[in-house]
Design a protein around this ligand. Sequence first.
Ligand code: SF4
Ligand code: SF4
Length: 345
Amino acid sequence: MKLHPIDSCGIMLSYRCQCGCRHCVYACGPRWQGWMEREQLEKLLLGIKKTWVYPRGLHLAGGEAFLNFDLLLFGVEKCRELALPIEYVETNAGWCRDVETGLEKFRLLKEAGLYSILISVSPFHAETIPLKRSLAAIKAAREIFGPGSTIVYMSQFIPLIAQFGEERPVPLKGWIKKFGLKQAGKIFWEGYALISGGRAGPELGFLAPRRFKAQAFSGENCAREILSSRHAHFDLYGNYIPLFCGGLSLGRFDDLPSFVQNFDYRKLPLIKILVEKGPYGLYEFACKNYGFQTDERFAGKCHLCVEVRRYLIEKDYFEELSPKEFYQNLRSHLPPLTPLEGHAS
Ligand code: SF4
Ligand code: SF4
């Protein structure tokens, strides 16, 4: 089985983000430092151009890319120079104090060659971002890019968040208090179609409407996600992250085309297990060789995968568990959301 060349990708200019959302699959947040070097970004863009055969587009993101606006502008300009299609730039809009601020930034990005923007709106983002900032960004983006090129992900949450008011952030505990544990869990997990990887499992797993023992994932391998999804994320440390598998690296991609060409999944022990046997295989490996034990129930296969990886990184060195800081940031900087009494953990 070969690694399929990408036809779309995300570029993570940083893991730094003021939000530190509880659902973040890359465990981004304010504790992270560091940004992609311009040279590295340029080289990566060139590599992407040579690698993809049927380009669908790339997105530029963080963390929160607007926290380093000059670098973001540089990235957009380089994409234009290289004739690389940008699907969108992704932002949580926390920086957008008012419509004017939004207009100014979006105008600069449009002049640099950007045609579309994605603004994140959800209960998780609303924990640190007042709705009025999201709304100001949406208004400004619609004016600059047009309504058809302003993606609001996910707009159905706007009226729900508005029930709590627009002026202040809304803690997730407020949702639990208002809707009850069960209904709030449904809103979060089913309403957002949460991926259980990254921080979502450790932070929000206890709220998932359905949770399963590790054995339930037996037989679900990850060959599609790792080898054939044709979508990847590239971070500032040079990690090739398959699909949305935060904290999992297929290696360092100094030269992307030759990396893809020569990649052999069998050379990385954990990747080999995940491709062939999935996270249950990883669980068995960790039990057998490193004494892993759990009675926990998991919100999805990626939740199991993350918990096993979090254990393994403490026991041994595996080059595919990268960046290491991902595992140190699986708990958000936000106050813990304690399971309420009577709810099995
Ligand atoms: S999901 Fe939240 S923490 Fe993660 S990058 Fe987006 S805004 Fe930041
Ligand atoms: S289980 Fe692990 S390897 Fe498979 S898709 Fe989820 S995070 Fe990726």
